[in-house]
Design a protein around this ligand. Structure first.
Ligand code: XMP
Length: 333
């Protein structure tokens, strides 16, 4: 049985006031959070941690409404993003009149992940690197706050012991102030994904953002089983493009490719090739707390398999995964 309940973690009183049950009063929510951010930051400065996902995008625009130029928006290029993501995010926010600074920190992340195999060790190495990179950015800009798009499911899964989500610190007793020298502001912490989408829409974010497939903070590292190296990430990045292109018409909640650490025998130009195995994962969900596999038509699966083995030189096998959550989780680590 799934060990955690959504109810325990969200402050019931504020939930009732704003949500009136399941439905969020989006305008009221935004007004309230804008006031809160304004009051908390006061005359100080803040940094917003933008990844381009719906959560951090909504959070960034909301905070921009609250404190405008007192906030610097930072996107960390960790080398674990999807194809073309940093440039795309910068462009979307430029169109919204919000400047984004990109920090190139690929080497920090690959060094931290080097030789790590254990999923939780990998997640913690990612988390520590993520907050350390921000520590420098915060120091450089004289900010005192880091604004981030943590949502209720992230808190529930980390506190419930399912897995260490990259953006949870204070809730599990790690003081951001003591460890990294800044305070965290998390305006979306009581919301679930479908509610964040409504808020993002109300904030004027384009559909490409408010309907965007969730993408985890630790990025493609959650989809590389075993050691995360630039070469292995590149395989999964290319495989992800194929999955997204072929499945996009079905509009799944989330669809992606995973690179296994096991290998399998295949044939390349008549010769044996002991190569990579890619798993295709696509799920339907509302809040990512539970999920069902997408019933993908056979022709689409076959196209994905053909393309992957043809376009990715070392891939010899492709499998479609059909496990719901629970018992599986959505991501592989
Ligand atoms: P799991 O794998 O726990 O994922 O079933 C549930 C949802 O959360 C996303 N996910 C993350 N998001 N930081 C994030 O911001 C993380 O560390 C993280 N790990 C998983 C995942 O993509 C899915 O939507």
């Amino acid at each position: 049985m799934f060990p955690v309940s959504q109810k325990n973690l969200v402050n019931e009183q504020s939930r009732q006031q704003i949500f009136g049950g399941e439905k969020v009063d989006v305008k009221k929510f935004i007004d309230q959070k804008v006031e809160e951010v304004k009051k908390t930051v006061g005359s100080e400065r803040a940094i917003s941690a933008l990844s381009g996902g719906v959560d951090s995008s909504a959070c960034t625009v909301l905070a921009h409404w609250a404190i405008g130029d007192s906030m610097k928006v930072v996107f960390i290029d960790d080398g674990l993003m999807r194809e073309g993501e940093p440039q795309e995010v910068k462009k979307i926010f430029a169109d919204l009149g919000i400047k984004v600074d990109i920090i190139h920190a690929q080497d920090d992340f690959f060094v931290a992940l080097k030789e790590k195999i254990d999923p939780e060790e990998k997640r913690k190495a990612f988390r520590n690197t993520f907050y350390s990179v921000f520590k420098q950015a915060v120091l450089d800009s004289g900010a005192r706050f880091l604004i981030q798009g943590t949502i209720a499911a992230d808190i529930i899964e980390t506190k419930g012991g399912v897995k260490t989500q990259h953006n949870i610190l204070d809730q599990i007793g790690i003081s951001a102030q003591e460890q990294y020298g800044y305070k965290l502001i998390e305006p979306l912490r009581d919301l679930f994904k479908h509610q964040v989408r409504e808020v993002a829409k109300e904030l004027g974010l384009p559909e490409t953002i408010h309907q965007r497939m969730p993408f985890p903070g630790p990025g493609l590292a959650t989809r590389v089983v075993g050691e995360v190296t630039p070469e292995r990430v590149e395989v999964v990045r290319k495989a992800t493009v194929i999955v997204e292109e072929e499945i996009s018409g079905l509009k799944p909640f989330q669809a992606f490719a995973v690179l296994l650490s096991d290998k399998g025998t295949g044939i390349d130009e008549g010769k044996r090739l002991f190569g990579d195995i890619i798993i295709v994962r696509s799920v339907e969900s509302r809040d990512a707390m539970t999920a069902e596999p997408t019933p993908i038509p056979w022709e689409i699966l076959m196209t994905i398999s053909r393309r992957m083995t043809k376009e990715l030189p070392n891939v010899v096998r492709v499998a479609y995964e059909i496990t719901p959550k629970p018992p599986a989780t959505i991501e592989y680590i």
